[in-house]
Design a protein around this ligand. Structure first.
Ligand code: GLU
Length: 285
């Protein structure tokens, strides 16, 4: 069975970019005779709110999108994420980090150009430390992690539109070291991270194809590494184009881009939206 998912975070009202993304997921699912799953990514308890979750359901209903199983909520799945992090500890590829944001930006200022890392990559300050208090995040020791995996297995299949063929993207160990470094896999406050939650849930929900915005294309490189370390299957990926507003800025909840609710309340119909988003070529074909 072909499964796809739409995975919004209830940190604000959905905007037109989400409408575009959710319709692409829905139509790709239909094209593949698959099932559409909805996952609420509400890990960040400081920013997520129930009222925004309600409006996600309303917006998707208005778009005519029906989900095939009961939606899952990440805030109820922390035990699964903890298990995955424990697996990484057992493999010897995790370490505790007590750095504050200030410590990290100081480390960036002292950046040594002769190092092979990109300038905004954590330099591994806490790697050799032994930390005996509770206020820590957990980082993946990227070099050790890579050593456990055959680099020939680090790849994924990707496309950018429903009707284009997949192409193979290799994930080079050098890119992982240089552009990601020792990524935080469990934040101090929530004890997990987006990266862990997304690979655990995509695997648990047996997602065959992840359809999401191109802004997450680079994150997929890291997700592939986590999938290999955790013995998960790598799904196929479709990273679609990102919509920009009239000022050339990416549509986002933060900059208050037109919410779908405002659009709905103006009396517009779904067909108007499909036309506006120029979705026809991507839809039902
Ligand atoms: N929750 C993420 C967002 O709202 C999407 C994550 C994903 O599709 O992997 O941007």
């Amino acid at each position: 069975m072909h499964y796809e998912r739409f995975a919004p975070s209830p940190t604000g009202k959905l905007h037109l970019g989400h409408a575009f993304s959710s319709l692409l997921v829905y139509n790709s699912t239909k094209k593949n005779n698959g099932k559409f799953l909805l996952r609420i990514e509400d890990l960040d308890f400081q920013r997520c709110r129930r009222e925004f979750e309600e409006s996600i359901f309303e917006d998707l209903n208005w778009l005519g999108i029906k989900w095939d199983k009961k939606p899952i909520r990440q805030s109820q799945r922390f035990n699964l994420y903890t298990d995955a992090i424990k697996t990484l500890w057992k493999k010897g590829v995790a370490y505790k980090c007590e750095c504050t944001r200030k410590d990290i930006s100081k480390a960036f200022q002292n950046f040594d150009e002769n190092q092979s890392l990109s300038p905004d990559i954590y330099p591994g300050t806490c790697r050799p430390k032994s930390i005996n208090h509770d206020n820590f995040s957990v980082r993946l020791d990227i070099r050790k992690a890579i050593e456990l995996i055959d680099s020939k297995d680090l790849f994924f299949f990707n496309k950018s539109e429903i009707n284009t063929p997949f192409e193979k993207i290799n994930v080079s160990p050098e890119t992982l070291i240089k552009d990601f470094g020792d990524v935080v896999i469990a934040r101090k406050d929530i004890k997990t991270s987006y990266h862990i939650a997304v690979v655990v849930d995509d695997s648990a929900q047996k997602i065959s194809q992840v359809t999401r915005g191109y802004d997450l294309f680079k994150s997929t490189f890291f997700h592939v590494l986590l999938q290999k370390l955790l013995n998960f299957k790598t799904p196929k990926y479709m990273h679609h184009k990102i919509l920009y507003d009239d000022d050339g800025k990416k549509l986002s909840k933060r900059i208050g881009s037109t919410s779908l609710e405002t659009f709905r309340n103006s009396g517009a119909k779904k067909e108007d939206l499909v036309k506006l988003l120029n979705l026809n070529q991507n839809v039902w074909s």
